[in-house]
Ligand binder design. Structure first.
Ligand code: ADP
Length: 472
């Protein structure tokens, strides 16, 4: 693979605009209880910031201030996906003065660089609205930061990591996703970092279970805002009519007793898993028609260049000008089988007519693409849930980023077609769970044996702070 060796693609860039800041929402916690929740991955457990369920487990814990068990800072988890690379960074907030004084220059610089900026060059972003404060991991208290950049910019990322002296601080990073295999040699060559590879589905489940323990608002669902239930809406509207999905509003869902559940991870492609326990899951289905398909087709059909552009075009479009509906074929409902007239019978089914083609806009095409991909995923998810006899379906992955239309469509379609028996659930940290799973598992054993400044700074952290000792 050829690396794009230009310094600075991910270099310091101005902070985000004030309008972004107004959207900023950080999760804060006043308490740090000693709840532990066993991870889906062997041998790793963690303590959480807050206790939602009040349950305790006695699993083996990495949450100890015994720094002999702690890897060297900085602590990262990476998910190198087909489209986006997700990086989760743990910023310690409990460092003693002695620790700070002895901290390696490179470590300090990396922390400042990552936490003081919310954009890195043209393509790297920190999702500051997702950051989680007051988290306990391995006996350290700190903040979780969520950063993403296009995987196509991996060369620039490696340049940056090298220029910031990452290789001197760490010997390995825990990574998942196909890119952990694809870029393994590049990490070694460019930054002298070994990638400790974790299976992406193990990491995904571990990340979901962990992040959900941190906030009561992580998991949510959409439901009709007016006195309607699914049945009322069923009588009044169909999955494509305006009254349906658009009337849905968001509500928190208590996911503290999660099993069993289906996960539908909508990234570039789609994976469907049935999860019955922390270490009991199966990949039951998938489809290649995922977020990558939506973006690729939108770029082809509309000339747009970014995901954000594609979703905002879709928001302004009308898919019924592109799709062939039941009423276009029947002149109304197909009543015998309960198929309403405004149901899509054939996605893009009108586009064989040159007259119709001449009348559709970019927006209509983007909307039809979004509806096609989303409905297909919704159908697969519903059949999987029925087959597995599982009622809760958790949708995640970055296809759902800034994409309320897709979420509402999924929620409505699951409700409508299951007559209210299936529940579509969504997660605030949409695409970051694999990277979180890696952060939890990160255990840079070789770094523990290094005698550099950062090791010394970790050694000083062995002195428990009143706060952290109180939380154990
Ligand atoms: P992967 O691990 O396969 O990269 P993700 O969960 O990161 O999967 O999701 C990738 C999908 O998210 C893309 O195919 C696209 O539909 C959507 N997406 C959301 N934000 C962006 C973005 N800024 N750039 C590209 N795709 C994005």
């Amino acid at each position: 693979m050829r690396l794009h060796l230009c310094e600075g693609c991910l270099a310091v860039a101005p902070k985000r605009s004030p309008s972004f800041k107004t959207r900023r929402r950080t999760f804060k916690s006043r308490h740090c209880l000693n709840e532990k929740r066993y991870s889906a991955m062997d041998g790793s457990s963690y303590s959480t910031r807050t206790s939602k369920s009040g349950r305790q487990s006695s699993s083996e814990s990495l949450n100890s201030n015994d720094t002999n068990c702690q890897p060297a800072m900085p602590w990262f988890g990476m998910d190198i996906g087909g489209t986006l690379t997700k990086l989760v960074y743990f910023e310690p907030k409990d460092s003693s003065k002695r620790e700070l004084a002895r901290e390696a220059e490179a470590l300090r610089n990396i922390r400042r660089y990552l936490t003081k900026n919310s954009a890195y060059g043209k393509t790297g972003h920190r999702d500051s609205h997702l950051q989680i404060e007051n988290v306990m991991i391995r006996g350290r208290r700190g903040t979780l930061h969520f950063i993403r950049f296009p995987t196509s910019e991996m060369g620039a990322f490696l340049c940056l990591a090298r220029s910031r002296g990452m290789g001197a601080l760490l010997t390995s990073v825990c990574a998942t996703g196909g890119g952990a295999f694809k870029f393994e040699i590049d990490f070694k060559r460019e930054v002298n970092l070994r990638l400790t590879k974790l299976d992406e589905l193990d990491a995904l489940i571990a990340g979901i279970l962990y992040i959900d323990t941190l906030s009561n608002t992580e998991c949510y669902y959409y439901a009709p805002s007016r006195n309607g239930d699914a049945e009322t809406l069923q009588n009044e509207s169909s999955p494509v009519s305006e009254e349906g999905p658009s009337s849905y509003t968001r509500h928190p869902f208590n996911f503290s007793d999660p099993y069993p559940f289906i996960i539908v991870n909508i990234g570039s492609g789609v994976s469907v898993l049935a999860v019955r326990g922390p270490k009991d899951y199966r990949r039951i289905s998938g489809t290649s028609l995922g977020g990558g398909t939506f973006l690729g087709l939108c770029c082809l059909l509309t000339g747009c260049r970014t995901f954000e552009e594609a979703t905002s075009l879709a928001a302004a479009g009308d898919n019924t000008k592109v799709d062939k509906l039941v009423r276009d074929i029947y002149g109304g409902d197909y009543a015998r089988f309960g198929l309403p007239g405004d149901l899509v019978a054939s996605s893009f089914g009108q586009m064989n007519s040159s007259d119709r083609r001449s009348r559709v806009s970019k927006e209509d095409l983007a909307r039809a693409t979004l509806v096609t991909i989303t409905n297909n995923i919704g159908s697969i998810a519903r059949l999987c849930a029925l087959n597995e006899k599982i009622e809760r379906v958790v949708f995640c992955g970055n296809f759902l980023r800034v994409n309320p239309i897709a979420m509402k469509l999924l929620a409505f379609a699951m409700d409508y077609w299951s007559k209210g028996t299936l529940k579509a659930l969504f997660l605030e940290h949409e695409g970051y769970f694999g990277a979180v799973g890696c952060l939890l598992k990160f255990d840079d054993q070789e770094s523990l044996n290094h005698t550099n400044d950062s090791d010394e700074s970790n050694a000083s952290a062995a002195e428990p702070t009143p706060e952290s000792s109180g939380s154990r």
